[in-house]
Design a protein around this ligand. Structure first.
Ligand SMILES: [Zn+2]
Length: 385
């Protein structure tokens, strides 16, 4: 009897040892949920949708020329299409497969590329791969060389209301109205072509907004948001550009706009520092950061002075840096304006008024116009408090 029990126990123990790693393994694995791409002349963005942020290795190999990304501790969903034909002169195909038990390999078969960048976003978790073609886009070759393309990006939309004011005002509605008014104002200037990432109440993922601006070869990208803080008294206007920051407030604002927790935002800043550093050094090299600083300063000072002419307690917080997903990978001068605090009852009440939103739209238009006319730079970034 004892011997039999011993035998049964041994079988149980052996099966547990055999089964446990596979049970635990399949539960831990990050799932690859889909492949998507946006394409245009000289630029392709590939997005790999994931169940959670993943660590990856990247490599480029020849014969045939391809890029691959090995996603650690991952498995591929059986339901997804694992081969995506592209054929845009930059990429032939994108494909994904289970490379070994723990690794999914995503392969980009190349036609001709100049450069690429890859980074991970959180919630929804995505591996974003931006691939640049050999052809340098030249504005002078465009049919209408004097027309600057400006992409306006009203934040949030659809199921994502953005920040909600104490009296129930939605950020998504305020910023859409400002963007629509801004389009009307800027469209009067024949030098501008105005495009919106959304012109109605729909949700657009952050990666699609930048991809849209890149694919249109835009000259400027202006994302419009309303600020929020747990402190009801927090108020004022601030304009951001993409860069590292240690400013706790700026990190908090970016976390909220990225729709992730402050904790996750900080974890991510640590974890993907090297990828983000590469992206930022490219921005410096291309002088896009200097241009973004310039644009941010014109927009910021214009909003503060225009509102200041009409209200006596307008506070300019300044131009600041933070890591906003919506600015990641943008190939043109790009800024994100926080036009007022919707969480502040006074500013919420103002934001609910057509006249206040019109002042802001006119002010942003003036800032863009001043920047586009190439006025000399005389601005600075606000220091840390
Ligand atoms: Zn927002």
């Amino acid at each position: 009897m004892i011997r039999q029990l011993h035998y049964v126990l041994r079988i149980l123990l052996v099966s547990l040892i055999v089964l446990l790693p596979s049970i635990a393994g399949s539960q831990d694995k990050i799932e690859v949920l889909g492949l998507r791409h946006w394409t245009s002349k000289g630029y392709t963005r590939v997005v790999v949708d994931l169940s959670a942020p993943v660590e990856f290795l990247k490599n480029r190999i020849s014969n045939p020329d391809r890029l691959y990304f090995d996603l650690k501790n991952s498995r591929i969903s059986k339901e997804i299409n694992t081969a995506l034909p592209v054929g845009d002169g930059i990429l032939k195909t994108v494909r994904a497969g289970q490379f070994n038990q723990d690794t999914v390999r995503v392969v980009l078969d190349l036609e001709e590329i100049k450069d690429f960048k890859a980074f991970i976003l959180d919630d929804p978790a995505q591996l974003v791969i931006d691939v640049y073609g050999q052809e340098k886009i030249s504005k002078t070759q465009d049919a209408a060389p004097a027309v600057k393309i400006i992409v306006l990006d009203p934040g949030h939309g659809g199921h994502d209301p953005g920040a909600v004011g104490p009296n129930g005002l939605y950020e998504k509605d305020v910023v859409l109205d400002v963007a629509l008014q801004l389009r009307t104002i800027l469209s009067k200037n024949k030098r501008f072509r105005i495009l919106l990432t959304r012109d109605k109440d729909v949700f657009i993922p952050l990666v699609e907004r930048t991809a849209f601006a890149n694919s249109k070869n835009a000259d400027m990208f202006v994302s419009i948001h309303a600020n929020a803080s747990a402190k009801k008294t927090a108020k004022g206007i601030e304009t951001y550009l993409l860069n590292w920051t240690n400013d706790e407030e700026a990190i908090r604002v970016a976390a909220r706009e990225n729709a992730i927790s402050l904790k996750k935002m900080k974890e991510q800043m640590k974890k993907y520092k090297s990828d983000v550093d590469i992206m930022l050094s490219d921005l410096r090299r291309d002088l896009k950061r200097d241009e973004s600083i310039k644009l941010a300063n014109y927009v910021q000072s214009s909003i503060v002075s225009t509102l200041g002419e009409n209200y006596n307690d307008i506070k300019g917080i300044g131009v600041k840096n933070a890591l906003f997903y919506v600015l990641f990978g943008a190939r043109m001068p790009s800024v994100l304006a926080e036009i007022s605090f919707i969480s502040n009852p006074v500013e919420e009440s103002r934001l609910s008024k057509e006249s206040y939103r019109e002042h802001i739209a006119r002010a942003i238009a003036d800032g863009i116009d001043t920047y586009a006319s190439g006025a000399p730079q005389m601005q600075k970034i606000a220091g840390r408090k």
